[in-house]
Design a protein around this ligand. Sequence first.
Ligand code: SF4
Ligand code: SF4
Length: 306
Amino acid sequence: MHTLALPKKTSPRRPAADYRRRMIWTQRIRHLTQLTFAAFILYTSVIHHLATVDGTTASIDALCPFGGLETAWQVLSTGGQFVPKTHQSNLILLFGLLAGTLIAGGAFCGWVCPFGAVQDALTWLRRKLHLPEVYIPAQLDRVLRYGRYLMLALILYQTIVSVKLWFADIDPYRTLFGLDWLFEFNPAIAGLAYVSLIITLVTSLFVERAWCRYACPLGGAISLVSKFSLLRIRREESGCKGCAVCARPCPVKLPVDTATTISSDCIGCLACVDACPRHDTLDVRLAPVWLDWTHRNQTTEANHAR
Ligand code: SF4
Ligand code: SF4
């Protein structure tokens, strides 16, 4: 006997022109914000190089929240001494980033980080040049993402033991934005840094946001803290049509179309939210992790009660 399956009830469609316009404008504002921060870091770097005679201007080392994380143990264990090349500004930026991440998750990576901007620019370039994109199979992708935590643990351990910025000499972000390659090109001293930068840039040209997804230690730390963020993107299963349109523009390749609460690896670019053609189905919501726990406990209790 045949049974008639009832069509799944979904939220009403948004007018196509409406959500396309929103998508374009959100991404324009995001890229403008990224560009502003990248320009500021480059400006600081140029000024620092031009003023090395009197040495009065800060280097970009002083403007990195990861430096705050690297120096935190030294400051706590010695009652106030910093790892060389780090300053109070690093700690202030670290606290700012921590607060921002606890509110808005990984938005720093999507909207602020200049190295994220460089990788977005490489994706734009690849598309313009019609170069092929390299897709990492989902299972391998899941394993490779642990690379960020390994980098984080290794760098923090080595920095604590050696009391110097252990990773700085080969950090691709610092190599690129520090501009030593422009003002003091020296392959004999910085050869390894140049190789690290070139490998990172070439990989990120073909694999979207490769550095962020697999190697960035700061990205790893942000992802850990993001698990507790207040705002998160949630997908309402009841309204979802299962078209997977939302998953396509994700720069960090998250399975948005199958998740309920989007992973803490999300960089908050909002491309998926704007791409979803259904009203109120994919949205930024106040969704702290304890709400998930409460929901899970209630579901379990309800299941037990049946
Ligand atoms: S993961 Fe790292 S490099 Fe990528 S945007 Fe975040 S902080 Fe920047
Ligand atoms: S899940 Fe959505 S908001 Fe997060 S990075 Fe992917 S597309 Fe951007």
